[in-house]
Design a protein around this ligand. Structure first.
Ligand code: T1G
Length: 699
């Protein structure tokens, strides 16, 4: 069967309409740039054609270069050679007609045209920086010429999508229409067919005058977010070149700066993450694009921090939600916390007052389970104890309408044990939100033994509907996220016993790219939560490895920021962690009691002991089939634990070190430290076969 035509030309009413048809998003895959150039040449040679419209078929204009092509060893720009310059030099007017998205090379294509018309619902942008690149098809040279360097820097260094109305206000788009894009574009073409000279962005330097301090100020402004990264700075350098060099030299400088990025570890990692986040949507046993019933109403049991945050997720997605508590007083407290959360967003300017009221009104506090009966989904979000959770599920099982999803927000407890108290275990699953639930994007969707494929599909879709990144996994103690993170936490405590201090561990991990050190994160979350969990585990498991330093801090009432002291000391009203000599003394005291001779531990040993411990556990989770693919571990670590995105994720980063190197180091620590470092069978197999972690297959 012949390839469907990627790019076609049809002449309508003296207008040559070039249509790009490369589903799903009209990426500039091989053949598309060439097709545009061929159709353009044909249209220019046709005397019947007075003007040209370039439009996308299906759901979008052009969403950019084909990101998959970068890793196919293509050294030149993956968007064909200079087809945009051919558009730019066209003697007949070319109008880009934009719907859906015009992103990256797509917007750069539109900037090569003389005019741009867009549907009001369209979004435009240059998001290359988000995958560790820069607009490498003239965008860093044309956009500043169109809207000025300051506005161009904002779009290029943030990669944000700009709605059509804002694009018009900025001057990127000439006209915004409500509907009927093609007829409007053809009418526009007729209006400008005789206009001369044609507007040519590359020839217009009138807006390039930049405040000389602009570029240094921008470099300073992005420094925190752009830490350890190159792309944001190359973006700035490329725009600076637009303001200091003639167009042709500026293009050459842009290409040079682009090439520095295309093969960088940062861009390879960010391009990997782009696809890993999309791959996570696929749960084994469920064909892609299987429709799921939309959740139109929700119920949350428990109005604590998590329950309130979960209720906000539904209200924010315009889904009415009821929230239940055991007493009026608890309910009032929960509602007050929700209102306070919204008021903080209004104060910050990220939420309008009237929108806040609309969202708050979608949350209905109730005291009676019967009031939840007609919700499409009920999410239990009470404290982490099995018996009370089972009691909630018995109540839900008794009242919820047939077909309702019965979900638990538990972060580790056995989904099968929860499902076992209901008559409908097939609709029971885990929906593990991360705190704060209304902010964190990750939703860990846990499949119990009896959970049906339809339920998994429905919960994954529900997560996406409320703006979450749903990642599926199997049922075990701690599921995928917390189980893979547990060895990191244990190793951190042991490093403290052996010779490290909190401030050293945090410095290592912040320099690696975490936004906050793991020890300081404990103080933020509250040390009492972990203390309660440790006491429960110690009671249940005599072999449980105690954490005497952490316990000692808690026995002293040092629960972290909430008590003004934890691992660190805090000044009133200030969240800055200050190393505390008292804590150093406690640590040294415990080391002595444990008979440990403290030693200096290198930063590299800290980094590798923390992360390799979790890599080994992740391999076990994969070999047991609890994780469906290694990239799901990475997506969880990026969105659940703040692992730096430009390093790709725990397993992608491990691949940069090499499976064999990781394996041999773990073997050495196994000799030195005993069973907790026993290499997983999968890790050994990957090392022996030379298979990358990212290609590790679930058991
Ligand atoms: N290349 C290849 N595949 C892409 C793609 C792209 N640019 N964009 C999307 N896809 C695939 C995606 O993997 C998924 O595949 C399907 O399309 C639907 O995507 C020269 C060098 C456009 C906002 O960074 O931001 O241009 O999972 O699930 O939620 O200077 O896709 O179905 O197999 O995301 O509606 C710049 C990236 C490239 C835009 C639509 N452009 N794409 O979101 O659908 S670099 C981008 C997106 C560049 C130039 C430089 C989003 C979207 P599958 P989806 P969506």
């Amino acid at each position: 069967m012949s390839q469907p035509t990627l790019v076609s030309l049809a002449v309508q009413d003296g207008v040559g309409v070039i249509t790009v048809n490369n589903p799903p998003v009209n990426a500039l895959s091989a053949g598309v740039p060439e097709g545009i150039a061929t159709c353009l040449a044909t249209a220019l040679a046709d005397p019947a054609v007075q003007a040209i419209v370039l439009i996308g078929a299906g759901r979008s204009f052009i969403a950019g270069a084909d990101i998959r092509e970068f890793d196919k060893g293509r050294v030149t720009m993956p968007i064909g050679d200079g087809f945009i310059d051919k558009l730019d030099a066209s003697p007949k007017p070319v109008i880009a007609a934009i719907h859906g998205y015009a992103l990256g090379g797509g917007l750069e294509t539109a900037l090569g045209c003389n005019y741009r018309i867009a549907l009001r619902s369209a979004k435009l942008g240059l998001p290359e920086v988000l995958i560790g690149l820069l607009p490498g098809a003239g965008g860093t040279q044309r956009l500043p010429r169109l809207i000025g360097p300051k506005a161009a820097l904002d779009l290029i260094t943030t990669g944000r999508h700009v709605p059509a109305d804002e694009a018009k206000a900025l001057g990127i788009v000439d006209e915004v229409v409500e509907a009927d894009l093609l007829p409007a574009a053809i009418a526009f073409a007729h209006r400008v067919a005789a206009h001369r000279p044609l507007p040519q962005i590359s020839a217009n330097a009138s807006k390039l005058a930049a405040d000389p301090g602009l570029f240094d100020a921008t470099r300073k402004a992005i420094a925190r977010k752009a830490r350890n990264q190159k792309a944001p700075y190359n973006c700035i350098a490329a725009v600076e070149a637009a303001c200091t060099l003639p167009f042709a030299q500026g293009l050459a400088r842009e290409a040079e700066l682009f090439r520095e990025l295309e093969t960088s570890a940062e861009s390879r990692a960010l391009r990997y993450v782009f696809f890993a986040e999309r791959e996570a949507a696929h749960v084994p046993g469920i064909p892609p694009n299987t429709k799921a019933p939309a959740v139109q109403s929700a119920a949350v049991v428990g109005a604590g921090t998590m329950g309130g945050g979960i209720a906000m997720c539904f209200a924010d997605a315009a889904i009415p939600v009821k929230i239940l508590e055991a007493s009026q007083e608890a309910l009032d407290r929960g509602m007050a916390r929700i209102r306070a959360n919204y008021e903080t967003s209004v104060k910050r300017g990220s939420l309008a007052q009237d929108e806040m009221e609309r969202r708050f009104a979608r949350i209905t506090p109730v005291l009676d389970y019967a009031a939840l009966a007609d919700a499409d989904v009920a999410i239990e979000a009470i404290f982490e104890e099995m018996a009370p959770k089972q009691a909630v599920f018995r109540q839900l099982d008794a009242v919820m309408k047939p077909g309702a999803l019965l979900l638990s927000n538990t972060s580790a407890l056995n989904i099968d044990e929860i499902a076992s108290v209901t008559q409908r275990p097939d609709v029971v699953a885990g929906a593990h939100f991360f705190s704060p639930a209304n902010v964190m994007k990750l939703l860990e969707v846990v499949k119990g033994a009896a959970t049906s494929a339809a339920t998994m599909n429905a919960v994954m879709a529900m997560g996406r509907a409320i703006g979450k990144l749903s990642v599926g996994c199997g049922n075990c103690d701690g599921f995928l996220a917390n189980r893979s993170r547990a060895p990191f936490g244990m190793e951190m405590v042991i490093l403290l016993e052996e010779g490290a201090l909190p401030q050293q561990i945090d410095k290592v991990m912040v320099e690696f790219g975490y936004p906050m050190g793991p020890v300081a994160v404990g103080d933020l979350a509250g040390l009492d939560i972990g203390w309660a969990a440790r006491k429960r585990r110690a009671a249940a498991d005599p072999n449980y490895r105690k954490q005497p330093i952490s316990d000692r801090l808690c026995e002293l009432g040092r629960f972290g920021q909430k008590t003004g002291a934890g691992w660190y000391r805090y000044e009133k009203g200030d969240r800055t962690p200050h190393p505390d000599p008292e804590v150093t003394a406690i640590i040294e005291q415990v080391s002595a009691e444990m008979g440990i001779t403290r030693r200096a531990i290198s930063d590299e040993e800290i980094l590798h002991r923390l992360l390799f411990a979790s890599i080994n556990e992740a391999c076990k989770i994969l070999e047991e089939g609890i994780a469906y693919r290694a990239s799901d571990v990475d997506v969880m670590w990026l969105h659940g634990f703040g692992f730096p995105r430009y390093r790709g994720g725990l397993m992608f980063w491990a691949d940069q070190i090499g499976v064999k190197t990781v394996y041999e180091q773990i073997q050495r620590w196994h000799q030195l430290y005993g069973s907790r470092w026993a290499p997983s069978a999968l890790l050994r197999q990957l090392a022996e076969t030379g298979t990358a972690f990212k290609d590790a297959k679930a058991g």
